[in-house]
Structures are given as C-alpha cells and as structure tokens.
Design a protein around this ligand. Sequence first.
Ligand code: PBG
Length: 332
Amino acid sequence: MVYPAASFPAARLRRTRRTPALRGLARENSLSVDDLIWPVFVRDGVGVEEPVPSMPGVYRRSVDKIVEAAKEAYDLGVQTICLFPYTDPAKKTADCAEAWNPDNLSNTATRALKAALPDMAVMTDVALDPYNITGQDGFDVDGYVVNDETVEALVKQAVSQAEAGADIIGPSDMMDGRIGDIREALEHGGHKNVCLMSYSAKYASAFYGPFRDAVGAAGALKGDKKTYQMDPLNTDEALRCIARDLDEGADMVMVKPGMPYLDVCRRAHETFGVPVMAYQVSGEYAMLQAAAQNGWLDGERVMLESLMCFKRAGCSGVLTYFAPAAAKIIGA
Ligand code: PBG
C-alpha cells in the first residue's frame, strides 16, 4: 500500500530516547574516571590546606596533604595528578633557578607521591612563571619573552622533573622548539619512557585568572602573554602547533582552555588521531562553582555535562579541578 504523504514523521528520533535502556544503546560517548587528570596546587609547610578564594573547593596543600588527597582521589579512580607549585615569593628570581632545583616543591611532591602511590601517574608543569619575578613563562628582556634562552632553562626544569620521577611532563610555556629539545634531553638522560603532554594549543586567555591567584603569579605578572600564547581567534594555527609538537616528540597534546575551545579539540582529534586532552581551566571551574553556589545552576549536573562535552568533542581526557568530585559520582 502507498502511505499518504507526510502522515507520520520519516524518522522518529524520539524512539531511542524513550527509556534509559534505549538511551543507553544509542549513546555515542562515555565519560569514565580514566579520562580525568586532577590538577593540584602545592605549597610549603606541613599539614597546610589553604583555600583558594576564587576557586571554591580548591586548596593549596603542603606535600603531606597532597599525598593524603591524592590517596583519596586514587581510591575514587583518579589515576593521574598534575602538580602546580605555589612558590614562596622569596624564592622567585630573574634566573628562575628554583625551577630546576631538585628539591623544589614540585620535585619534592613528585617523589612523595611516587613513594606513596607508585601506580598513580604524576604529571608536572614546565614553565618558568611560578619562579619568575616577572610572572612570565620565560625570561623577559626589555618586555619581550625570549625564546631560545627560555628553552634552555625549560630543558633543565624538565630533566629535574624526570629525575624526580614524573610520568608525564607538560610544557605549558608555549615557546617554539621546546618539545624537541626536551625530548632529546630526556632520551640522552635515561628517561626515554617519560611522556610529553604538550600544551600545544594554549590560548592567551582571560580564563586563567584564578589560577594565577592560586600559584601567586597574579600580582607578579607584568603585561600579558600574547607574544607566546595563541590568539583566541585562531584555529588553523592551533593545528600547526600540534603538528609541530608531534613531529618533535610529543605523545599527547592539549587544548587550553577547554569549554570555549571545543571546536579546536574536535579539529585536533579529527586531523591527527592522537590523544588530545582539554584543560578545563580555573576560570571555567570558578564560573560553574560560582553559579552553583548561588543556586543558579545545578552544580553536579553542569559539572558532569561540561566533562561529557569534552568527550563528545573528541578528547581522550580532561584536566579538571572537578576530578575527585566527578569520580565520586561516575565511579571507578
Ligand atoms: C602557566 C600556566 C597557566 C595555567 C597553567 N599553566 C596560566 C597562564 O598561562 O598564565 C592555567 C591553568 C588554569 O587556569 O587552570 N604556565
């Protein structure tokens, strides 16, 4: 028989949305605890847990407290932790030598974590800003951050992190050529299995504000980072950065910030088919937490939805301050 035209919708897409079971079958992506990397802030002292005012629920912790918090997170299924040091202003210098001090906060925390939780992956940050009196990620000469001299320092910093036991090294500085130089130093220094997760597509973003408070770089920072971080209006350039970093030996690449840059994540995933991570940065976290605290958004639901969106955009994983809270809900 011939149906009269338009007597029923050609496709009833609502059929597969009718029940949880049917929705489960139709679901294209999933979020698991394996996807989460937890960034944490380390400070000196013992037994210290100091709240970061612009990031409700986030603390600067002394090394002993980091280990304690990491154990809890690991028990919830979070397998990777990423360290950011809050350096005593008295240790900040123009030559940034604290960055490769084997006993600096980041290296001390790495050793403590690897001793307490050998199976948890420790990721460290390569950039000079926590150690620099000017708050820039590299050495500035007459207001310009110089590339090659900075890369030499970053290599020393990365090697000291590998020696402390870091599993993943994350250069967040955006200098040109640092991945290749760090990779070469790691190969020659007996660290051939250390992963490099390059902050390849890192934008000059206003969403980093609360992070700069957390690491104590906000007051120090003179000017902006636009001569090395990317212009928020570009995506072709992000692909060039990623291609270059992969060529130079990056194992994984990152897009940062996350939520406003999902288009970049998607293009990166489709173009390269390599592990792409997104960094849901401090400002994104602060924004969601602030709305949740005011009762304007359902905090738990927007947290999970925001993380699922990274998976839909093609990311393999996401750095998020929500990692333990999300793990508590999605389960190990
Ligand atoms: C700096 C660095 C920044 C972040 C991670 N590493 C800030 C910046 O570039 O000024 C931001 C992370 C966040 O906002 O959560 N090397």
